[in-house]
Write a protein that binds this ligand. Structure first.
Ligand code: GDP
Length: 319
């Protein structure tokens, strides 16, 4: 019998971290996660996505911003696979606080890479890249060759993390993969993101608990898939022989307006009676259109999306 594989997840408390922990536990991994001390001290609020897994995972308190704390965890855990998902992940906040977005997302990634290089150089590493790196897109659909043109501090920080990861791969031989994941949603998505905001509020309106849904830019187009399937792509990458970069997407794009229309329609309501566009909620620079081509992932990883737009909307409204 081969020894139990050890995985370390940064950002384990988030949407993707929780789905990935489930997937790895189901495959008999020993699963470790890095969390902030405040999360351990406030499990009710900050660990809700992991509640059902807590007896089976190992949590370590550390801060991405502190190299010594990351170094210590990696040195102790000695992971075979490290999934670096932790980040300030909401584009909207990244306009309000560019400095802490860079601090967490760029330095945080650098700290994890540098610690792996020192203490666990054979570990396989996953970097959570993002379609926000393509930003103001130059081609349709975008594949791994599409040029980067980020439109937010978040997007810029992900481009930097992507290059840092490639640098550690090329300069130090780290087995490092970059996933370029398009928007991926689920009932576990935070309420600040537009999909959860819409589905949550539509359900409240249906129940008579709310009466309106003010949004920002309704014409922005996104390629939305299901987070549970996207974490499977991360795992599949790290089972490959040679590190590489992969776009993960559904290959369908829809506007925010269409998402809202589908959510309200599922509740027999007309979104036009409730949704408004508030100019104050429109971002200083927005990504207008994202549409990914995951042909390489299908070819090389055998990965393909199963949940498409309408099923995703319905699952989130029902939740
Ligand atoms: P993002 O693609 O990572 O920025 O994911 P979001 O869910 O935060 O935003 C998706 C798109 O929806 C962006 O183009 C936003 O500008 C647009 N949008 C329109 N109204 C809203 C809103 O009220 N909240 C959020 N978060 N986004 C909105």
């Amino acid at each position: 019998m081969s020894p139990q594989r050890i995985a370390l997840i940064t950002g384990i408390t988030g949407q993707d971290g929780s789905y990935l922990a489930e997937l790895l536990l189901a495959q008999d991994y020993e699963v470790h996660g890095i969390v902030r001390r405040v999360a351990i001290e406030d499990p009710e609020h900050r660990l809700w996505r992991l509640r059902h897994l807590l007896p089976r995972i190992h949590l370590h308190a550390a801060s991405l911003e502190s190299f010594p704390s990351i170094f210590k965890v990696i040195n102790t855990v000695q992971p075979d696979e490290c999934y670096h998902l932790a980040a300030q992940s909401f584009v909207g906040y990244s306009f309000e606080d560019e400095f802490s977005t860079f601090q967490a997302n760029i330095n945080g990634t650098h700290h994890v890479l540098a610690a792996l290089k020192e203490c666990a150089p054979a570990c396989r590493f996953y970097f959570a890249g993002s379609s926000e790196m393509f930003g103001k897109v130059a081609s349709l659909p975008q594949d791994e060759q599409a040029p980067f043109h980020p439109r937010s501090a978040y997007g810029i920080s992900k481009v930097a993390g992507f290059h840092l990861t490639q640098h550690y791969r090329e300069a130090y031989g780290l087995q490092a993969w970059c996933g370029i994941l398009y928007n991926h949603e689920s009932p576990r998505r935070g309420l600040e993101f537009v999909t959860r905001k819409i589905t949550f509020q539509a359900a409240r309106i249906k129940l008579g608990l709310a009466h309106a849904l003010p949004l920002g830019n309704l014409e922005a187009r996104r390629d939305w898939g299901h987070a549970r399937e996207y974490v499977e792509a991360m795992w599949r990458m790290l089972q490959q022989e040679t590190p590489d970069d992969y776009v993960i997407a559904t290959g369908e794009t829809h506007t925010v307006r269409e998402f809202a229309a589908a959510a309200f329609a599922h509740l027999d309501l007309d979104s036009r009676d409730y949704v408004t566009s508030d100019p104050a909620m429109v971002r200083p620079a927005d990504v207008e259109l994202l549409l990914g081509c995951a042909a390489k992932a299908e070819r090389e990883l055998g990965w393909r999306p199963r949940t498409m737009f309408r099923d995703l909307v319905v699952e989130m409204v029902e939740a």
